[in-house]
Design a protein. Sequence first.
Length: 212
Amino acid sequence: MGHQAKWEYFRAIYERYRKAGRRLKHVIPVRSLPRCGCPGILQPTTATHGYPRNDRAWSDSEPGKGAEEIVKESLRPGIEHELRFRVPSSKTVPALYPEAPEFQLMPQVFATGFLVGLLEWTCIQAVNPHIDWPREQTVGTRVNVSHEAATPPGLEVAVRVKLIEVDGRRLVFDVEASDGVDIISRGTHERFVIDAERFTQKVKRKGEAAHG
């Protein structure tokens, strides 16, 4: 295929996805683009925030299917949500892994593992009204947050999240948590929209394959 034909082909694909309000960057591999310097072609990227993308590991759909049929029009950046949770002793570090003697000797403060779960829970609640829940659900794929202060049991933690990016079925949130005294966490969290039944079947096949 000549340079001009390639340009016309990829330009048509770009226009189709632009009109649909979707990004081009995960549609065309870099090596497939013409090298003639043709104007109007967006150069795709294969990484986000400096990390390699591996959406296929989380995808539950066949090639060519997925984002168009699963993401609602209302799922757009700007969605905000807040969740409040009073920390019980069952969410402290010793309770995180009862099997770990090292954890049993650690202070009884809100565990980082449970904090991450609370951030996820808030993000789940934020987007559930904008997907066909529970048939469609979201799974966590990346966590980039701090844990800046210890929280003893009895304090109420307020988590505030904001959806800042929608890239097909990939969702990016700004997250922040406070215990009423300190900001205890802030950062970003990514989730991926799945079809729960198809996802479960895929995981089941993986387990069966691993056990021979």
